[in-house]
Design a protein around this ligand. Structure first.
Ligand code: ATP
Ligand code: MG
Length: 254
């Protein structure tokens, strides 16, 4: 990708930045996406840039929900398209779900580019270019959705979704799975399952969990969902940040 050596201590983070910059250059990612990523990075730093036990528990519940869903849909915005396009397409195939391009600052050109980008990774069904429905409670541009896609879904996977739109989907009666490094955001607090993890780690984890759990009996999957407590998991994510920070500080003091 560039001249950053893999031995650089911030290699993973620098690589992620480059993918987003490339996304902007290709007209896939909006400039605001760069700011969102910056906020995410700061929070990831507080987590220690690892998948914590509560994040893993959320990922397991998310995998169960996606496997149980009758009409799951995976929503893709400009950041997800730049960071994890192959993984989104792979997850969609594994659970038999369509993808839908769903961006906050909508331009038809950017929607088309993201859809083409996903198709270049083998995506079969991509909604979003010709929305024919709207999510109640959102203004016209923000609420655009597709029948057969997000509009009719029972479970929506919306990594990095805005709080308002997440709330509107929940109000429609959908179960919403999100990935958000901010455990205090409205998105995090509103979703059915909030994965407090970097999307670049969460997606590979979800893909392997879906593979692993695909053979499990439906009753077992239902039990995972029923015993899942998103609020408790968010609290443990906050605690993971606090204890990581205080451990880090102790090592400076030594
Ligand atoms: P809300 O509207 O839900 O309260 P917000 O306004 O705080 O959220 P935005 O700036 O709209 O947040 O969106 C960015 C969100 O996405 C942030 O919460 C940020 O932590 C999260 N985020 C950004 N990049 C990543 C990433 N790579 N992985 C996971 N989460 C990320
Ligand atoms: Mg927001």
């Amino acid at each position: 990708l560039s001249d950053v050596p893999p031995s650089h201590p911030r290699y993973a983070s620098l690589l992620t930045r480059e993918k987003l910059v490339e996304g902007v250059e290709r007209g896939i990612t909006g400039l605001n996406g760069l700011i969102a990523q910056g906020r995410g990075e700061a929070l990831d730093y507080l987590l220690g840039e690892v998948t914590t036990p509560p994040a893993e528990e959320a990922e397991r519940a998310a995998a169960a929900l996606l496997l149980l869903a009758e009409r799951p849909v995976l929503s893709v915005n400009g950041n997800a398209a730049a960071l994890v396009p192959r993984e989104m397409v792979d997850l969609a195939r594994k659970i038999g779900a369509p993808l839908e391009v769903n961006i906050f600052y909508r331009t038809e050109e950017r929607v088309r580019r993201i859809a083409d980008h996903l198709r270049s990774f083998g995506a079969e069904e991509v909604f979003g270019e010709t929305p024919d429905a709207s999510v109640p409670g959102l203004d016209h541009a923000r609420g655009k959705a597709s029948r057969g896609g997000i509009f009719d879904a029972d479970v929506v996977f919306v990594p990095l979704e805005d709080g308002d739109r997440c709330e509107a989907l929940v109000r429609m009666g959908k179960r919403v799975v999100t990935v958000d490094l901010n455990p205090l955001s409205r998105t995090a607090r509103t979703s059915t399952v909030t994965i407090v993890d970097n999307v670049v780690r969460a997606l590979p984890n979800l893909i392997s969990l879906v593979g692993e759990m695909g053979g499990q009996r439906e009753a077992e999957l239902r039990e995972i969902v029923a015993s899942y407590d998103n609020r408790a998991v968010l609290r443990r994510s906050v605690e993971a940040m606090v204890s990581h920070l205080s451990r880090q500080f102790s090592t400076f003091e030594e």
